[in-house]
Design a protein around this ligand. Structure first.
Ligand code: ATP
Ligand code: MG
Length: 400
């Protein structure tokens, strides 16, 4: 196996070289080379330790138990095996900007294992879209148009991109993502032409087309800047959305629904407004974060954290937990005190929130009482307020 360019492996041990070979193969995602390396190490293990015999047996087992992936393997990474319909076109087929030769689309990466945590309304809309796919012929037969497009909107980090990946996964179709930087051209007219090339491609190739930052392409025409070019773009989009085929599915996402041209927004079959997560979603989200289950964090701490992360997006909650876990591993040399860290963080946060706003304090008190079943004494202790204060708040809420 060749060395990486410019690398020097002299002086390294056999095991260290083996690691480098392995990483070279992995980074190239070269399955054949990985198998060859496996076969080579079965013949000549990269270590002279006492475990060489076990290692040989394990390598042999890897070769026999992991089946060779088929030639039309999916570039969409992620857990489950896909069926043939999932196999997407290759990067070579993707449309390009004629001048820069850059691809206007990229093949998406399916990395969501658990799927997004959504509130009931969004979940119902997403499930409905997915459920319509396999029965679209039947819908057409009785004169009903199946949904062909969805516009996702909402603040940053609430799972718009994740939902696009999830929908494509559930539909078992490749996700093709518009590369906005390549599509938007400073040359007059070129952006429209690029957009048409993309939409033509998506219409011909059964896929899920994902246009992120959709407001940049479909800006309201009452915006004074760029008027000529903008009008052209909006017209291209209007036309293409009207003749969008039922075979492909279009997902657009924006953080600024108010900036999207209303005529375009209306063309979408389904519009989903994705809100910031409420207590129940935050709790579900926390429960599916890998580090929480890895550390066996008890339910009461998860609930406390769900309470303390009010106002944070899904993405912020995930980042926060990962950062607390990282801190625990660095400072406590493991996740043994992770739950304690969670409790400490949550208490400080809840106290701050309660201090800053009496309404928030009341909400926290009632949630802690009703959803978590905490005693008045415990709530008083967490929030750093007196027991009578908690009683008063609960009594006044009961009256309402
Ligand atoms: N609804 C959700 N359920 C579970 N995890 C989520 C959800 N939303 C966000 N996350 C976490 O946050 C990360 C970023 O989310 P994502 O990129 O989908 O948000 P977005 O709404 O597309 O944000 P942006 O507007 O910035 O593009 C995800 O990879 C995931 O870890
Ligand atoms: Mg996104």
């Amino acid at each position: 196996m060749s060395k990486p360019e410019g690398g020097s492996w002299t002086g390294l041990t056999e095991t260290e070289r083996a690691l480098l070979r392995l990483l070279t193969v992995a980074l190239r995602a070269d399955e054949e080379a990985a198998r060859e390396l496996c076969r080579h190490w079965v013949r000549k293990p990269p270590t002279s330790s006492d475990h060489a015999v076990t290692l040989r047996a394990e390598l042999r087992a890897l070769l026999t138990t992991l089946p060779e992936r088929s030639s039309e393997r999916s570039p969409l990474r992620g857990g489950a095996a896909r069926d043939a319909a999932w196999a997407p076109s290759t990067a070579a087929d993707l449309p390009r900007d004629p001048e820069t030769n850059q691809t206007l689309l990229r093949l998406g990466e399916a990395t969501s294992v658990a799927g997004p945590v959504l509130d009931d309304a969004c979940r119902a809309q997403v499930d409905r879209i997915v459920a319509e796919r396999p029965i679209r012929e039947r819908l057409l037969e009785v004169g009903l148009q199946p949904s062909r497009s969805v516009l996702l909107s909402g603040p940053p980090g609430v799972g718009k991109s994740m939902t696009a990946v999830y929908i494509a996964e559930q539909m078992k179709q490749p996700l093709v993502v518009v590369d906005l930087a390549s599509v938007m051209s400073s040359y007059l007219g070129r952006t429209g032409r690029n957009l048409r090339a993309i939409l033509d491609y998506a219409a011909e190739t059964e896929c899920v087309l994902f246009m992120d930052e959709f407001d940049a392409l479909a800006k309201r025409r009452d915006d004074n800047t760029d008027v000529g070019e903008l009008k052209r773009l909006v017209n291209v989009l209007l036309l293409e959305l009207d003749r969008w085929p039922t075979g492909s599915f279009l997902i657009a996402a924006t953080n600024h629904l108010n900036l999207v041209d209303p005529a375009i927004a209306r063309r979408f079959d389904v519009k989903i407004e994705m809100p910031m997560p409420q207590y129940r979603q935050r709790k579900n989200l926390l429960a599916q974060i890998p580090v929480i289950s890895a550390a066996n964090v008890e339910d009461q701490y998860v609930s406390l954290m769900a309470l303390a992360t009010a106002g944070k997006s899904h993405s912020d909650v995930v980042k926060l937990m990962n950062s607390l876990a990282r801190e625990a591993i660095i400072e406590d040399a493991g996740l043994g005190k992770f739950s304690e860290r969670i409790a400490n963080y949550a208490m400080v946060e809840l106290r701050e929130q309660a201090k800053a706003d009496p309404d928030v304090r009341s909400q926290i008190i009632s949630l802690a009482h009703e959803s978590l079943g905490y005693s008045q004494r415990k709530i008083a202790q967490i929030l750093g307020v007196s027991h009578p204060t908690v009683s008063r708040v609960l009594a006044s809420q009961e009256k309402q």
